[in-house]
Design a protein around this ligand. Structure first.
Ligand code: GRF
Length: 187
């Protein structure tokens, strides 16, 4: 049984997808051992509803050191599922190769500082991109710079808005995130 820790900051629909996949066996022999949020958010309630231990560490300078103390050493994978804080180098090195993030665009384009949520979708539209998508990648100390594990794209339509893009990206995320998790866990 592999132990997964999920970090969230928001609504947590990707967290929900991962919960559902561990329960259904789509992500086999794995359990979410812990959910950690850096702010009050609906993701924490999703964890509670499924009897998953959850913890709030408020965002700020101490976040990563407190997280390092909290995350069990036998953790096989740390999954960032709509998580907005930047993890420090110590944490990234301790769990090197075992931290993944989902990004709502086709990295290496539209990544880096400030590129989150609707900022990403607005930038994609402003740049006149003909396609967008989602990327699951390894987390290193550099923002959105780790190796790409899985990526999927779709065509941007003429009448696209940031909101319509977000919706399309989310459905792609629900598809590729469990696959990427299985891949990293060697399944
Ligand atoms: C996703 O689009 C993800 O790519 C980004 O934040 C969003 C989180 O959505 N990092 P949700 O909270 O899982 O619904």
């Amino acid at each position: 049984m592999k132990n997964i820790v999920v970090l969230v900051s928001g609504s947590g629909t990707n967290l929900q997808r991962i919960i559902d996949c561990t329960e259904s066996g789509e992500i086999p022999d794995a359990k979410i051992a812990l959910v950690v949020a850096d702010r009050e958010c609906f993701g924490l309630q999703r964890a509670e509803k499924h009897g998953i231990p959850s913890h709030l560490i408020r965002k700020g300078k101490e976040f990563s050191s407190k997280l390092t103390q909290l995350v069990p050493a036998d953790t096989d994978l740390v999954v960032l599922a709509g998580f907005l804080s930047i993890l420090n180098t110590d944490f990234c090195e301790k769990f090197s190769g075992k931290i993944i993030n989902i990004h709502p665009a086709l990295l290496p384009k539209f990544g880096g500082k400030g590129m989150w949520g609707n900022h990403v979708h607005e930038a994609v539209l402003n740049a006149g991109e003909t396609e967008s998508g989602a990327t699951v990648h390894l987390v290193t100390a550099g923002i959105d710079e780790g190796d790409i594990i899985l990526q999927k794209s779709f065509a941007v339509s003429e009448d696209e808005t940031p909101e319509s893009l977000a919706e399309k990206v989310h459905s792609i995320e629900y598809e590729i995130f469990p696959k990427a998790i299985n891949k990293v866990l060697g399944r």
